[in-house]
Write a protein that binds this ligand. Structure first.
Ligand SMILES: [Zn+2]
Length: 556
């Protein structure tokens, strides 16, 4: 713009943290036609104030690029908020009371759906059908836990799913059983589908409402873009159409990259269908240009793929090495083809064997195809073998961190560390090591698995301790592997430029620089001027996408 043209909006008198290459600061920003026109001092932007300009006084608050969540499930998260929502509770009694209350106030719903319970509320991480039968005997109940890797069902749901003592475990899951082999009420991983396939699917309207709710919530946390980690037309996640409709109508105010679901029960023949989905999957601020391959499960139920076996509760070695959902040879072929077709691959790679198999697959693609701009990324990275740390940089693989999990809490201390054993439990969430090795870092929440609040994520990335007032009770205040802490600047860059890079949005978003979209968040304080132990108590006051205010806190 010419210096004399007037801006639509100017934000003045702030602590503007630009996240540009020099990590420079400014005081004010002018916005014209949805783009950043000036970054500088209050005097610099004053020349752009005309009669129609909205002047926003930041009053010393911090202005940052809008956060980008590199791994999140907003449609199902929003749906959970509208169904039997257990996410913000923490004890078995609270869960049962909430389920009963939901059932009582929703007599019309044929199934009790929703979820978000935490494994650490139950002995062995496995709640029982009997507990549900006492409060909801007459309608099926199907409630996934907060990480989505297990489901709590009542007896009627087991009957509807035909799950009995004679039912074999599916290849990709496990039925929790008593000593006689009878199902107890927890279904791990793919075993949940035995019941879930009978539950009514959410309607197109339900999904649209879920996206609306999810987007509103994420905007309220300063998030302006994300990568949806499961997009597709598979039965339980028919949300590609949801995004396309919202993007076409303009209702989608966030920028979203969709990661199309790789069906682990099929092989390379599905790639043609993925290409078709991508061709019909780009509109407005939405682009389904990534493919999500879930390579393993989670540690707490021993389905994460490990190199040496899990230990049992007495510290003795078992014969269980977890599950590689995709055969490693097929994985190499699939990633090579997807890379050649111009897809990005977004791996769920949680434990050290899955991480290695995913890196091997990226290496195979690189050897066959040469360098690409795929920006393939590995999400979760709970356990990484030290030998694999330098390979991220060597292969251009992005580390997609969910830092909220990198702290002592009962799920970590009681359900994970004893079963990983020495020295392996010390290889968890090695974000400091990855950054020191030169790896690119992106960040995300995996909401609705856990909180989508980037300030809570950044808090734990920096402190490796849960925030003091976190809803789940945390008694162990020891810093979790202190050498893996990140500094605040690195964590902020991960949640802005780092995730923008993974989303292929770094040329237009991710930093506050002239010419980029005015996707911005106002934080109530300058985080750098407060102790890092207080990061999580900061809140977002306003969120902007292309200069439009998409969230404003009522009290600010
Ligand atoms: Zn996820």
């Amino acid at each position: 713009m010419s210096p004399t043209a007037s801006a639509d909006t100017v934000l003045v008198n702030g602590a503007v943290y630009t996240v540009d290459a020099a990590r420079s600061w400014a005081q004010a920003v002018a916005i014209t036609d949805g783009r950043i026109a000036i970054v500088g001092t209050d005097d610099d932007v004053r020349q752009a104030v005309g009669p129609g300009t909205e002047v926003v006084d930041l009053a010393g608050r911090m202005l940052v690029p809008g956060f980008q969540d590199a791994h999140v499930h907003p449609v199902s998260g929003g749906l959970d908020m509208l169904q039997c929502n257990l996410h913000d509770l923490s004890t078995a009694d609270e869960y049962l009371a909430a389920i009963q209350a939901y059932a009582d106030t929703h007599p019309e719903v044929p199934w009790i759906l929703g979820g978000g319970w935490s494994m650490d509320a139950f002995e062995g991480g496995t709640p029982t059908a009997a507990a549900l039968d006492r409060i909801v005997p007459d309608r099926p109940v199907y409630l996934p836990n907060r990480d989505g890797h297990g489901a709590w069902v009542n007896s009627l749901a087991l009957t509807i799913g035909g799950v009995t003592g004679d039912t074999p475990d599916p290849a990709d899951g496990r039925i929790e059983r008593d000593a006689q082999g009878e199902p107890l009420g927890t279904l791990h991983e793919g075993a949940g589908d035995l019941v879930n396939v009978h539950a009514p699917e959410p309607s197109a309207d339900d999904l649209a409402e879920g996206l609306r709710k999810g987007q509103e919530y994420l905007h309220s946390l300063g998030i302006t873009a994300w990568q949806d980690a499961i997009v597709g037309t598979i039965s339980w996640s028919n949300n590609l159409d949801t995004y396309m409709r919202a993007a076409t109508s303009g209702e989608l105010t966030a920028r979203v990259v969709g990661a199309l679901w790789w069906d682990r029960h099929q092989g390379l023949e599905q790639i043609d269908a993925l290409i078709d989905q991508r061709a019909g999957g780009v509109a407005g601020r939405f682009a389904a240009t990534s493919v999500k391959i879930m390579q393993d499960g989670v540690c707490e139920n021993f389905t994460a793929a490990v190199l040496s076996p899990y230990l049992d509760a007495h510290g003795a070695e078992t014969d269980n090495r977890g599950i590689s959902f995709v055969d490693p040879q097929l994985l190499r072929e699939a990633v090579t083809r997807l890379d050649a077709e111009g897809f990005q691959v977004h791996f769920h790679a949680l434990a050290e064997r899955a991480v290695r198999e995913s890196l091997d697959a990226i290496e195979a693609a690189l050897q066959t195809n040469g360098p690409s701009d795929g920006r393939h990324h590995l999400a979760h990275l709970q356990v990484v073998h030290p030998d694999d740390i330098p390979r991220f940089r060597q292969l251009g693989a992005v580390a997609n961190a969910q830092p909220l999990w990198a702290a002592h809490e009962s799920q970590m201390d009681d359900l994970t560390i004893p079963f990983l054993g020495e020295p392996r439990w010390r290889w968890q969430y090695p974000f400091g090591s990855l950054v020191r090795s030169g790896a690119s870092l992106a960040m995300g929440s995996d909401w609705s698995v856990s909180s989508p609040d980037p300030l809570e994520e950044i808090h734990v990335a920096v402190n490796r301790q849960m925030p003091a007032d976190y809803p789940h009770k945390v008694e162990n205040r020891e810093v979790f592997l202190p050498e893996e802490r990140l500094d605040l600047a690195t964590a902020l860059a991960g949640f802005t430029m780092g995730s923008a890079y993974v989303n292929h949005l770094d040329s237009t978003t991710g930093s506050i620089e002239v010419g980029k979209f005015a996707d911005l968040a106002v934080i109530d304080r300058n985080l750098f001027e407060h102790p890092v132990e207080e990061i999580a108590s900061a809140t977002v006051h306003q969120t902007y996408v292309e200069g439009e205010r998409v969230f404003a806190a009522s009290h600010a």
